[in-house]
Design a protein around this ligand. Structure first.
Ligand code: GLC
Length: 752
């Protein structure tokens, strides 16, 4: 039986008479309603709201008769569940919501969470790919579409965006983030949140977003999944935290703590992160959810002796909801009764959860996200497929194009297509595609055949073999070369060879760290064998992380980085290869020459011996260059862009004007992403040799020039000191503007 959640007439009258704004009236009424419920709740019901279960159990069949699913189901009926994740489809969501709302004492509706990372049914490019578009509007639209499809399936909460900065391609989850730069990742994160949450939760398409994983997960030691993170305050405040601060300031509603320890303290129980910084200093009013089981994992971290202590630490540190570790629902009632956890801590957490449920409108209509007709109408909608195609086209990075081998001509006869990934309708969907359906991507083979009838395909070799699965790693690199002969024969008889090589969709992503970052299996061998019989090779990379493709970079005439582009992969790749689309993307993560260079990134500090001398005593390797294979911001076009006239106007020292002229010296219209970097040459804490602080993506027609202007304010010139205070220091700054982080024009100015 659900109670009526009204506020007193006198409160409402006071609000109107004191001329409160609508938002203030709404907020005050919600606070009142939250208080009203809280007063009615037992301690068990309060703690039930802090409990989140994984929801495949009951949702797809009759109530379970035994096991943990039976406990979950019974707790749901007792009102001891606040949220469920991974429930697929409106009918299953409705089943669980009906129980929560109609069969429990207070009828408090559930939140339904899902990993809508880069699409729900219609899959967009993996976030690392779309970040290379540097197109925040297109990225915002992609998460808006993802929210439309997710909400049509009954979901009102996505565990995205992932904001973890990383410089380590060994880590499998680099595919899920926006690369190595905090400035760009902050802009992209804010755009993703705007797309997910929309302008207001009154819309049935707006869903809660999650800033994850708070914090430092991308810096796991050795790139090994879930490993310890040890970093300096300078890195924490200037690299890791800015994207989280940006989305908190933009109004994100939830935060997920990370699995990792941060300087010895697990994020789940890290009072400094969750309470002092996030809730107190940044004034975050939403809820903090743990990552899957991360509360109980504090035992393995050696930070809690048992489940009771883990629950105590997490609750006191500021974790509000327990995802799938059962520590809260099993332990907190007793802990409160024993005085180990103050009821005020529980009340504060529960208020955050209830407040969000009111803001979503779930108390007024618990089934607002349960519309079977919408589900039928909106999933894989043509509008959505068009949106993912366009973003995919903008995410393809042209890494090399010797002798203008690209674009291919449609009249070109005898085009060989080689590589199992060319005919793979799943790997290009990436690994975060839990709600989507198998074999729904347009493969590269299909995309090319949509444009040219002169395509002949040979597999050559598989990447990996075995049954792929999100949860289990059951695939192994394939070392079978028996397919080489057919591929070589086809290549010999062809004018040009397109080779699609890279990683299986389940060789990057969570739980997929790799100690090597070369082409898995026998793909490199296949490439070299084909190269022996036909040098006109276009290499199309399909991967979830930067790969060490040094041999290819030295020998193969044309290379595109196509990442994992989602549902419209084949059409996007074909449109670029045949010149229907002029590639404009730029790398957001450095490509190493070898795994031994990692961590390698553009915004690094200098050191005491940065330059080669006539001895060995300088910062270098004896067996490898210090330089990356491809730097941050790198990406070619079918156009050619020339930068000149870099000018800095410091008339107004608070708003420094920077301008540059860019000429498209080719006869092909093209888009260029002009990038502005700064270097604070002398500072109280050494600063990076360059930092991205502005960029402009602009169309420049063939043989035309454009002058681009940037403004630098204290926001761009300051940095966080080791106490987390933002400071600006006078002195000499270098300004660099160019087509990537290495190829720039440079001038200096004095900041007064
Ligand atoms: C996973 C991931 C997290 C995800 C959650 C729910 O382990 O770390 O990003 O949102 O569990 O699936």
């Amino acid at each position: 039986m659900s109670l009526i959640y009204k506020i007193s007439f006198s409160t409402l009258l006071w609000l109107i008479l004191t001329n409160q704004s609508n938002a203030q009236i709404l907020s005050a009424t919600i606070e009142q309603k939250v208080e009203n419920i809280l007063q009615k709740m037992t301690i068990e019901e309060k703690i039930g709201q802090m409990n989140q279960y994984n929801g495949f159990w009951d949702a797809t069949g009759p109530a379970p008769k035994s096991g943990s699913s039976k406990i979950k189901y019974d707790n749901l009926k007792k009102g001891l569940v606040g949220s469920v994740l991974n429930v697929k489809g409106v009918s299953n969501v409705r089943k669980l919501q009906e129980i929560a709302v109609k069969e429990t004492r207070l009828g408090i509706p559930l939140l339904f969470g899902f990993d809508v990372i880069h699409g729900q049914k219609t899959i967009f490019p993996i976030p690392l790919a779309s970040s290379c578009s540097w197109d925040v509007e297109a990225i915002e639209n992609s998460t808006k579409v993802a929210a439309i499809e997710a909400s049509a399936m009954g979901i009102n909460w996505t565990f995205a965006p992932m904001l973890d900065i990383s410089r380590d391609a060994r880590w499998g989850r680099v595919m899920e983030g926006a690369g190595e730069d905090p400035y760009l990742a902050s802009l992209i994160g804010v755009a993703q949140v705007k797309g997910f949450q929309g302008k207001s939760f009154s819309s049935n398409h707006s869903i809660l977003a999650t800033a994850k994983h708070f914090a430092g997960y991308g810096f796991v030691e050795a790139g090994r999944e879930y490993n310890a993170v040890n970093i300096s305050n300078a890195q924490l405040y200037n690299v890791i935290l800015p994207p989280f601060k940006a989305v908190v300031d933009s109004g994100i509603k939830t935060v997920m703590n990370a699995f990792n320890s941060l300087n010895g303290i697990p994020a789940t129980g890290n009072q400094f992160l969750l309470r002092d910084l996030l809730k107190d200093k940044w004034k975050f009013k939403g809820l903090v959810v743990s990552d899957w089981g991360s509360i109980i994992e504090m035992i393995d971290h050696g930070f809690a002796k048992d489940s009771a202590e883990a629950a105590t630490i997490a609750a006191n540190a500021g974790c509000d909801m327990d995802m799938e570790s059962y520590a809260f629902v099993d332990q907190l009632t007793e802990l409160v009764k024993k005085g180990k956890v103050d009821i005020k801590i529980i009340d504060e957490a529960v208020k955050r959860i209830l407040r969000i449920k009111f803001e979503l409108g779930l108390f007024d209509n618990p089934f607002k996200y349960c519309d079977e007709n919408k589900e039928k109408e909106l999933l894989y909608h043509p509008r959505h497929l068009k949106a993912t195609l366009e973003l995919a086209q903008k995410s393809i990075v042209l890494l090399k194009n010797e002798n203008n081998l690209l674009p291919l001509k449609k009249s070109q006869k005898k085009i060989a297509l080689i590589g199992s990934l060319a005919n793979d309708k799943n790997s290009c969907l990436g690994n975060w595609r839990i709600a989507s359906d198998d074999n729904t991507a347009i493969s590269v083979l299909e995309g090319l055949q949509n444009i040219s009838s002169n395509i002949s395909y040979a597999k050559g070799a598989d990447v990996a073999i075995g049954k792929t699965s999100f949860v289990k790693q059951t695939i192994v690199n394939d070392n079978d070369t028996t397919g080489f002969a057919d591929a070589i024969k086809l290549a010999k008889a062809s004018e040009v060879v397109i080779m699609v090589l890279g990683e299986n969709g389940f060789q990057s992503g969570e739980g997929r760290s790799r100690s090597k970052i070369d082409l898995p299996g026998v793909q490199q061998q296949l490439l070299e064998e084909i190269f022996k019989v036909n040098k006109n090779i276009v290499l199309v990379l399909m991967n979830g992380r930067p790969l060490a493709i040094t041999w290819a970079a030295q020998n193969i005439p044309a290379i595109i980085e196509a990442w994992q582009l989602g549902s419209q992969t084949g059409n996007a790749v074909a449109s670029v290869l045949f010149g229907e689309v002029n590639p404009s993307a730029k790398l957001t993560m450095t490509f190493p020459r070898s795994v031994g260079q990692i961590p390698i990134y553009y915004n690094h500090l200098s050191n005491g011996r940065p330059n080669a001398g006539n001895n060995v005593f300088w910062s270098h390797y004896s067996d490898e260059s210090n330089q990356p294979l491809y730097p941050f911001g790198f990406g070619l076009s079918y156009s050619k862009f020339k930068y000149s006239n870099l000018n800095i106007d410091t008339t107004n020292n608070e708003k420094i004007k920077v301008s540059v002229t860019i000429k498209n010296t080719s006869n092909v219209d093209g888009e260029e992403i002009a990038q502005l970097y700064i270097h604070d040459k002398v500072s109280s804490i050494s600063r990076p040799v360059k930092e991205l602080k502005a960029f402009k993506k602009l169309l420049i027609k063939a043989n035309e020039s454009k002058t681009v202007e940037f403004i630098l304010t204290n926001n761009e010139l300051g940095y966080y000191n080791n106490n987390g205070n933002f400071i600006i220091e006078a002195g000499e700054f270098e300004v660099m503007v160019g087509t990537n982080s290495d190829d720039v024009l440079k001038k200096t100015f004095n900041k007064m």
